[in-house]
Design a protein around this ligand. Structure first.
Ligand SMILES: C[S@@+](CC[C@H](N)C(=O)[O-])C[C@H]1O[C@@H](n2cnc3c(N)ncnc32)[C@H](O)[C@@H]1O
Length: 496
């Protein structure tokens, strides 16, 4: 790995530091201000990174990356840019411990860089399985499947959509029948296993489009035509309550139409991708929980980490992606998947005793205690925990789960950072993309606090890139506490 180059460019701007974290200065904020001052020199606003690049937005039209929409993802261009700036080249081995739709792994594959990803959710595993084969698909076979779809009405399936309670009635009945007909039909076709996997991904990626739902960060929003909403509203009206206003998605597309559209797009992408010869490299996605996987990886293995953990914003991936998880046959395991997520929802229970048992089982109990102590002794985290407790006593926290969520979020991240430090090579660059948040008038500087925790487990803070701000761009905590612009940052640390 080469030296990490500086991202400085002529258009870089200094970032004004924040001097208030507690609305009306109700709670102590010295520790958060101290972090702001400690890392002042690391802050930089650069036009190299914009919101489009840092979000999935730029992936929507990208070859390969657009096959499954993952709103929480970052763009392939961002990963390319970061790999270049970090001096990563063929022969290096990089890691994304929150791999999501596998953007990092796929970019690594295209650049001939070895990579490992870790991800909990099964729909992301399928996305990786299907997208990573892009260079192996037989385009003639894909064309053959296209012609079969054009010419065939698949027979009615003998099994039903495997709904979870929260997904019941998400599709118009005839669409649901079609979905299962195509699902079963693809399974019985005389085509390769790779092509079957791809067909499954395509169907899964179309679920939202043909459903009465729309993903909206924290929730699935429902169209008022869905049976679930209609019967609920009928009950409400009978009780003299107001009906709940659902969304209206307009005419839903026909499954066959969108299926062909997507397959066409994929055929074009695959044809393009297969024109170039890839340098041989190896990528692997580990299906599992990062908190228990990282401690099992050998030390000094990675030259860089590029990742974006779930943000501390209460968004529940297992709800947003309930249709996809249900389609893949996830049942009761959904509760486990929800609890195993890095604590970013108010429902997450503490993983402390489970983690302790795990570290003990691998003969690392002392290490567990040391890492836990880093989080527990962090002044800014203690200040935030206190501030939220005070806000709660004042009746300003709308859900008590926020208190535990924030404490657990940073405690779990400390374990991630400590393990990353152990498994990274000397000189490695570590990049985390994350958003600051605010609850009950308390700003939680995720970027400086994460940097501080990372520093306390051994990393050297290097940069905090701040995305250009749109004034008051946060919808969080409007109302009582007013509008507040919160930073979206890319933090860079190094193992020296
Ligand atoms: C912000 S997304 C990452 C998106 C990714 N950068 C991309 O481009 O698709 C965070 C991911 O972390 C995963 N995740 C959350 N907690 C996890 C855990 N404990 N272990 C493994 N993955 C986890 C989530 O399922 C989600 O896919």
């Amino acid at each position: 790995m080469q030296q990490l180059s500086l991202f400085y460019d002529v258009k870089s701007k200094k970032v004004p530091i924040r001097n208030q974290f507690s609305h009306n200065r109700v709670c102590a904020e010295d520790a958060r201000i101290a972090l702001e001052e400690r890392y002042t020199l690391l802050f930089e606003e650069t036009d190299k990174f914009n919101r489009q690049l840092v979000s999935f937005q730029a992936n929507k039209t990208e070859v390969l990356h657009s096959w499954m929409k993952y709103r929480e993802g970052f763009s392939a261009n961002l990963v390319e840019l970061l790999l270049k700036e970090l001096g990563i080249e063929s022969g290096d081995n990089i890691l994304d411990p929150f791999s999501g739709s596998a953007t990092t792994l796929l970019v690594a594959k295209m650049l001939g860089v070895d990579a490992v990803g870790i991800e909990l959710l099964p729909h992301c595993h399928l996305a990786w399985e299907a997208k990573s084969k892009a260079f192996d698909y037989d385009v003639n076979e894909l064309r053959y499947i296209r012609s079969l779809i054009e010419q065939t009405i698949p027979p009615e399936a003998d099994r039903k959509f495997p709904h979870l309670t929260i997904t019941e009635t998400a599709f118009p009945p005839e669409v649901e029948k079609d979905l299962m007909a195509y699902t079963q039909w693809f399974e019985t076709l005389d085509i390769s296993q790779n092509a079957k996997t791809l067909c499954r991904l395509i169907l899964m990626s179309l679920l939202e489009d043909v459903s009465y739902t729309r993903k909206d960060g924290q929730y699935l929003r429902w169209d008022s035509r869905a049976e679930k909403i209609r019967s609920n509203n009928a009950k409400r009206l009978a009780q003299g309550k107001k009906a709940i206003k659902g969304i209206h998605k307009g005419d839903l597309p026909h499954l066959k139409e969108v299926l062909l559209e997507k397959l066409n797009r994929i055929i074009i992408d695959v044809t393009k991708l297969q024109r170039d010869r890839l340098s041989p490299s190896h990528q692997k996605l580990i299906a599992g929980n990062t908190l228990y996987t990282l401690p099992t990886l050998p030390e000094n293995s990675f030259s860089a980490v590029i990742t974006s953990p779930p943000y501390a914003n209460r968004y529940d991936y297992t709800r947003t992606y309930a249709l996809e998880l249900a389609y893949l046959g996830v049942k009761e395991e959904i509760f486990n998947l929800r609890q195993s997520q890095l604590s970013c929802t108010v429902e997450n229970k503490s993983k402390a005793s489970e983690l302790e048992t795990f570290y003990r089982s691998i003969g690392q109990h002392q290490r567990f205690q040391q890492i836990l102590a880093v989080a527990q002794k962090n002044r800014a985290l203690a200040e935030i925990n206190n501030a939220l407790t005070i806000r709660d006593k004042r009746g300003e926290v709308n859900n008590r789960g926020i208190l535990t969520m924030i404490d657990q979020y940073f405690t779990e991240l400390t374990f991630v950072f400590a393990e990353l430090y152990r498994i990274c090579r000397q000189g490695a660059g570590i990049v985390f993309v994350n958003d600051n948040v605010r609850y009950a008038g308390e700003v939680i500087p995720v970027d400086t606090l994460s940097t501080n925790l990372a520093e306390q487990v051994g990393f050297t803070p290097y940069k905090i890139y701040v995305l250009p701000q749109r004034k008051g761009n946060s919808s969080q905590q409007m109302g009582k506490f007013g509008r507040e612009a919160l930073r979206k940052s890319i933090t860079v640390w190094r193992k020296l």
